[in-house]
Design a protein around this ligand. Structure first.
Ligand code: C5P
Length: 240
């Protein structure tokens, strides 16, 4: 289960002031936000502390992918930030994912909850053709995502980041408690940008997603608060 709020807003901004201006219109207590590379590499951890102080639920999406020892030590550091979710690329392998968990366990302050650790299967911007012809990974993208999910589960991770389209097969093989957090969300009629394997928020929930990540459909909307509420309403109306 994802604690509380299942709609994560991807704060893909470069400057802390842009984040604060954007968040000004929201009730931040209980708001779920995702901090990715763009924001973190521009601002560092200080903003995390501010957002935590404002009551936000935080998914720190840095997609670690390196040798096991480096990932372990990096996770030991990230565990101290007190975020709710962190992630790695499953392509780093099971030893790297096990090391990530060890680092998190070591770095979580006494009495605090270890952040959930989830693995990216295949980026939602990766198409079947890109995976087969350029990354030279054979097979169907859904099968590759499933096999990465099973690898992540065998390493002890809490779940995966995947396309909503891959959720049914992952839930079937890994069980309903294995988390699926899904970007690649576009409300009906909105632009796809660089995303490929997408669904609407409603369809994502119907397919079994535990939480969705929505960026540009909210951050670039004329009225971001309205867009957020519409997406939340779509999620709530869907049959699980
Ligand atoms: O703007 P948009 O809704 O496409 O943003 C999606 C967010 O989710 C981005 O921050 C992107 O980095 C992230 N993400 C993704 N696909 C993954 C993992 C994370 O799009 N597999």
């Amino acid at each position: 289960m994802i604690d509380n709020n299942p709609v994560y807003i991807a704060l893909d901004f470069a400057k802390p002031q842009q984040v604060l201006d954007f968040l000004d219109r929201f009730e931040t207590n209980g708001l779920a936000v995702k901090i990715g590379m763009e924001l973190f590499y521009h601002t560092g951890p200080a903003l995390i502390a501010d957002l935590k102080g404002a009551g936000c639920q935080i998914f720190l999406d840095l997609k670690l992918h390196d040798i096991p020892n480096t990932v372990k030590k990096a996770m030991k550091g990230l565990a101290g930030f007190g975020v709710d979710i962190v992630n790695v690329h499953a392509a780093g392998g099971n030893t790297m994912m096990e090391a990530a968990l060890e680092g998190l366990d070591q770095g979580t302050p006494p009495g605090k909850k270890r952040p959930k650790c989830i693995a990216v299967t295949q980026l939602t911007s990766t198409s079947q053709q890109m995976m087969n012809q350029y990354l030279l990974i054979g097979g169907k993208i859904e099968d590759v995502a499933l096999s990465y999910a099973r690898l992540a589960q065998s390493a002890g991770l809490d779940g995966v980041v995947c396309s909503p389209l891959e959720v049914p097969s992952i839930k079937k093989r890994c069980g309903k408690d294995f988390l699926t957090v899904t970007p690649g969300i576009r409300p009906a009629g909105s632009v796809e940008d660089d995303q490929v394997r997408i669904t609407t928020p409603k369809r994502a929930r119907e397919l079994g997603s535990d939480a969705i990540v929505v960026g540009r459909s909210i951050t670039k909307a004329d009225d971001p608060l309205l867009a957020y509420h519409q997406i939340q309403a779509e999620w709530s109306e869907a049959n699980e």
